[in-house]
Design a protein around this ligand. Structure first.
Ligand code: NAD
Length: 360
């Protein structure tokens, strides 16, 4: 079979650090194994436009492997007009929105991801981002690097997490783990908004309360963390209109997908001071263009921006888990065995998961 992988370039770092498995150079650690089975394995980071290696190799590819960190966007057009032989699209990681899932269903392509592989990695990152924003860490560090020392300029916008209301929009594997990690901070309340309620025992374990109306949920949160997949029901959800329901001075952390938030609406809300901070590692296009407003936007006090490149789910620990998980998905596919059910996003022309929106 022909297997094509789109992975980010590791360069010198990947040569020096072989545990950077999810890179162009280290090929998810799959090269020798796939070759020993007689498969052709092509790996590229060249993914944009009709002349890219990705699009040129796609027509006779049987299995595509992509990651959310450097997404090879498998659009409806590519699925319908170029991916003639594609049977399986694997996401080495979590989050398969870079594949047009409805088009995959039309063509009965299986889409599978390594569910759970980096959920702890992301949950830890969210807690870090919340603390960085609420405590005003980044401007404080920048001040030190500049050689300045004006404590009041930082302290005027630094708060404790204790006593705040934190809510997660989407409370699946990551959202739940974020709230669980926050139980030690004596927050005023932990809330969640999700069409799928947590099991009663899980809700009780972390002392979380479900709020069924999105506007009410937003109006109650001091800190909002977004942990829902990107799908038709969440694309552009956090727009100018919705932001009006967010408490003035709230902080937003989005490590789910950039396109859940409207680029300009977020920038304007931060610059006007309506929200006090925005952090996360996901962007509406990746890599983010150099002039993307989220790189440099600031609140009126010159802080409130905790954006990073997309790396929360690609720690070295996570890379090992999603490389192993990708191999397991391939192994099962080659042997004609069933996939682990939680890993299957779409198969046999339909959604196998309830996480990508409410459908009939
Ligand atoms: P999950 O499937 O366990 O949970 C997702 C939850 O979101 C589900 O409970 C679902 O019901 C809920 N949901 C879906 N649509 C919703 C909506 N419109 N409103 C409210 N809730 C909604 O998934 P997970 O493992 O927790 O991952 C969540 C997302 O995080 C992934 O889909 C991916 O986009 C993102 N992610 C990012 C990184 C990263 O490196 N930044 C890594 C892993 C996952």
């Amino acid at each position: 079979m022909k297997i094509l992988a789109v992975l980010y370039k590791g360069g010198k770092a990947a040569v020096e650090e072989p545990r950077l498995l999810g890179t162009l150079e280290n090929r998810l650690g799959l090269s020798d194994w796939l070759q020993s089975l007689g498969h052709e394995f092509i790996v590229t980071d060249d993914k944009e436009g009709p002349e890219s290696v990705f699009q040129k190799e796609l027509p006779d590819t049987d299995i595509l492997i992509t990651t959310p960190f450097h997404p090879g966007y498998l659009t409806g057009d590519l699925i319908r007009n170029k991916a003639h032989k594609l049977k399986l699209a694997v996401t080495a990681g979590v989050g398969s929105d870079h594949v047009d899932l409805n088009a995959a269903n039309e063509k009965k392509i299986i889409v599978a991801e390594v569910t759970g592989s980096n959920v702890v990695s992301v949950a830890e990152h969210v807690v870090m981002d919340i603390l960085a924003l609420v405590r005003n860490l980044i401007p404080a560090h920048e001040m030190i690097e500049r050689g300045d020392w004006v404590v009041a300029d930082i302290a005027r916008n630094a708060f404790d997490l204790e006593g705040k209301v934190v809510g997660t929009l989407g409370c699946g594997r990551i959202g739940f783990r974020v709230l669980k990690r926050l139980t030690g901070f004596d927050c005023k309340e932990l809330l969640y908004y999700d069409y799928a309620p947590l099991p009663a025992a899980a809700e009780k374990e972390i002392g979380a309360r479900r709020v069924e109306d999105l506007h009410e949920f937003l109006g109650q949160c001091d800190i909002i963390t977004i942990n829902a997949p990107l799908h038709e029901g969440t694309r552009g959800l956090v727009n100018k209109e919705l932001l009006q329901h967010v408490k003035k001075g709230a902080w937003i952390v989005n490590t789910a997908r950039g396109a859940i938030c409207d680029r300009i609406a977020i920038k304007e809300a931060l610059e006007s001071g309506h929200i006090n901070g925005y952090a996360g590692d996901v962007w509406d296009v990746q890599p983010a263009p150099k002039d993307h407003p989220w790189r440099t936007m600031k609140n009126p006090l010159g802080g409130g921006n905790g954006m990073t490149p997309h790396y929360s789910g690609t720690t070295l620990d996570a890379q090992k888990r999603y490389a192993d998980g990708t191999r397991d998905i391939l192994e099962r596919f080659f042997k004609g065995e069933d996939q682990i059910p939680a890993n299957v996003i779409v198969a046999d022309g339909g959604y196998a998961t309830k996480a990508y929106g409410q459908r009939k």
